[in-house]
Design a protein around this ligand. Sequence first.
Ligand code: SAM
Length: 310
Amino acid sequence: MACKICQQFVLTVYLCKPSKGSQEAFAIMSHSGTLYVVATPIGNLDDITLRAIETLQQVDLIAAEDTRHSKVLLQRLQINTPMVSHHDFSSEQAIKQIIDELQQGKSIALISDAGTPLISDPGYRLVSLAREQTIAVIPIPGPSAITAALSVAGLPTDRFAFEGFLPSKSAARLARLHELRFDTRSLIFYESTHRIVSSIDDMQTEFGPQRLLFVGRELTKKFETHFNGTVSDCLVWLQSDGNQQKGEFVIIVAGSEVASAQQQLQQDALHLVARLREHLPMKTAVALASELTGAKKNALYQLALDQERK
Ligand code: SAM
């Protein structure tokens, strides 16, 4: 069966199959339709890609997180492709129905309310089952709040971790942030209007007031705002203007400069020595800092000497 979009007669799907203890690539010919995972705008409807429009026009069916929501986008694009609802609470039966249609050769586009499907959005079970059934799954990439924020945050992008939404209860949220406090990668979180202040407050508890972060609010929309600075300044910014607490948020926290509690302790002790040195000789400053922080005296003395020689 010819694919409506790529015009190929059959699709070649490459799989990895264990063979005598090794992984060997082999090709199978699939006569199924294709599942297209299509990114849609995260606010500004002009951010739809040409390929997304073409795909949504040409597929047999669109599986949408919320059909009423997506109708607005499709109407604007003058696309009349039939839609079916697909969300996190879709039954196994409903997912199987989409798989059956794909296996009958239909092409289906998966979209979510905004951005890239599966990124804190529904679609995982469908994509995973489609792959199990060797149905071709093709990305139609485009907007996502993660990449939009990361591209403008001015924080390191060479290594980052997407943490999605933090838990809604403060105790669980603090526990999650505690696990992340020495992660040296940039950390990306999604947050809603209801919890933006409490989440930043909990970040201050776990990451400290001086950790740098970026907050992207309402990206690509009319009231887009960006914050760059320390966690404590961010809290002041949010609390001093209720309007800044409204909308959708991406938070990117700079990675930790120290990789362990031991290193953190040493760094805190070193800062203290530097302050004490304004009034005291080195030996006394180190002894006092060691007593107050619990850092090992000899190691601290050496580090403090090295720091002063720099
Ligand atoms: N699939 C989407 C994506 O690719 O980014 C994310 C969907 S998730 C349900 C919605 C969350 O993404 C929002 O609560 C917010 O944290 C973030 N988000 C989505 N659009 C945004 C925007 N325009 N500005 C800032 N954050 C946004």
